[in-house]
Write a protein that binds this ligand. Structure first.
Ligand code: 17E
Ligand code: FE2
Length: 415
């Protein structure tokens, strides 16, 4: 295939034809009318007036832990902390072959739903870093399906885990794309702060992106986001830095948030919310009223900050469900965040496409424009609103100019 006719593009009126050659887009042309499919042309796809968009982005997932729920024990309390304990038990049994098998199966689930750009955290609180090595190999082996960014993620802490700093430095030397952190899990507040200085210096020295699990708790006193934002502001690194989760912001009072948002805007960092994961893991120490345990997604968005949605887990010690479909996360996120207003519905796909691409700093590797990679999706609806309303899907996924996935949607048979 080398051309799509009768495509609708987001934010642009009318119909378009899109052509590509050698894996790159060569033309995006407006059509005056609907065009007929040339007879016998099996290299042309008729979009039928449906949306054609760049691929979905999964900006935050843990592929190294995917498909391990219940092995050996289930997380019965549903808390983040029991998840970390259960994962430590499974981690003791992990082998590189087991990691690669589960990661590849999970990547297929993502690709099946039109995702072609993925950022995966990989636990580096593991002497020997065998899992990281396995995931760096997966990054190359999975290139036909996805672009994969690997985060050096210190699940059990940088300062509170033996040799935590050395493991982080080694992970970057081995080729991790992104430097991670978990300041709210360090033993003390001081350790949380020093871990942020350490990881931001490490990223700056090696020219890496940053993505910190930050304040993933309902504790309103967990205030590491202000520290991360201030370091990013001073270093001028905001565009390269992402704060994931920041669920404590759902528990901060408005007076503190008013002051905090001024800094966040100056720093210009990115935010990732994992709404299904957070509604499941947070609120666990409440009775009623029970907090939703999410960051302030609409407020961050209205303040001009870049926010996107992510899955976080597929069947792991933190979350027992998930099938790779990011549209399920978008649907849940819009509900939980009170974002079903008309204006939000018109542009809902921003949160799983362009915003994710910006957090991953994809730049000119992303988007339907001449000269960019021929990576695109045909969707089953003609607008964001209709895709959500109909629980639509990606029907065709084109990567580097090649069809990698086609979905046949079943017919309804009445009576
Ligand atoms: N690890 C963590 O600290 N938080 C999470 N939500 C997951 C892993 C999935
Ligand atoms: Fe996470």
């Amino acid at each position: 295939m080398n051309r799509i006719l009768n495509a609708r593009l987001r934010g642009r009126p009318g119909l378009f034809s899109i052509a590509w050659a050698d894996g790159r887009i060569t033309a995006v042309q407006p059509q005056a009318d609907t065009l007929p499919l040339p007879p016998g042309a099996d290299d042309v796809l008729d979009a039928g007036g449906h949306l054609v968009i760049p691929p979905f982005v999964e900006p935050h997932i843990h592929l190294d832990a995917a498909l391990t729920a219940g092995e050996p024990n289930w997380n019965l309390s549903g808390t983040l902390f029991e998840g970390i304990e259960r994962w430590a038990e499974r981690k003791a049994l992990v082998t590189p072959a087991d990691t690669k098998d589960r990661a590849h199966r999970s990547i297929r689930m993502l690709a099946e739903h039109g995702i072609q750009h993925v950022r995966s955290h990989v636990d580096v609180t593991e002497p020997g870093l065998g899992t990281l090595q396995a995931m760096l190999e997966v990054r190359e082996e999975a290139r036909d399906l996805v672009d994969l960014q690997i985060v050096a993620f210190p699940q059990e802490g940088i300062e509170s885990f033996a040799n935590g700093r050395a493991l982080m430095s080694e992970a970057v030397a081995m080729g991790a794309d992104v430097v991670g952190g978990i300041p709210h899990f360090e033993n003390t507040r001081d350790q949380g702060v020093s871990s942020l200085h350490f990881l931001m210096d490490l990223a700056e020295r090696h020219g890496r992106l940053v993505d910190v699990h930050c304040d993933e708790t309902d504790d309103p006193n967990s205030r590491f986001l202000e520290v991360l934002a201030e370091i990013a502001r001073v270093k001028g690194m905001g565009a390269q830095v992402t704060a994931s989760h920041t669920t404590a912001m759902g528990s901060y009072d408005n007076a503190y948030c008013f002051k905090l948002f001024r800094l966040l805007k100056q720093a210009g960092l990115n935010f990732i919310s994992c709404p299904t994961e957070s509604i499941h893991l947070q609120g666990r120490f409440d009775s009623y009223p029970k907090r939703r345990g999410l960051t302030r997604v609409p407020e961050l968005d209205r303040a001009g900050l870049n926010v996107c949605f992510a899955q976080d887990s597929i069947v792991d010690p933190w979350y027992p469900l998930g099938n790779g479909n990011i549209l399920r996360i978008l649907d849940a996120g819009l509900h939980i965040c009170h974002m079903l207003g008309y204006d939000d519905l018109q542009r809902a796909l921003d949160f799983v496409t362009d915003h994710g691409a910006r957090a991953l700093a994809l730049g000119e590797r992303y988007g339907i424009e001449v000269g960019r990679p021929a990576n695109l999706l045909l969707l089953s609806a003609d607008s964001d609103y209709d895709l959500l309303r109909t629980q639509g899907q990606a029907l065709v996924s084109v990567r580097h100019g090649r069809v990698i996935m086609r979905r046949r949607v079943g017919d309804v048979l009445w009576g």
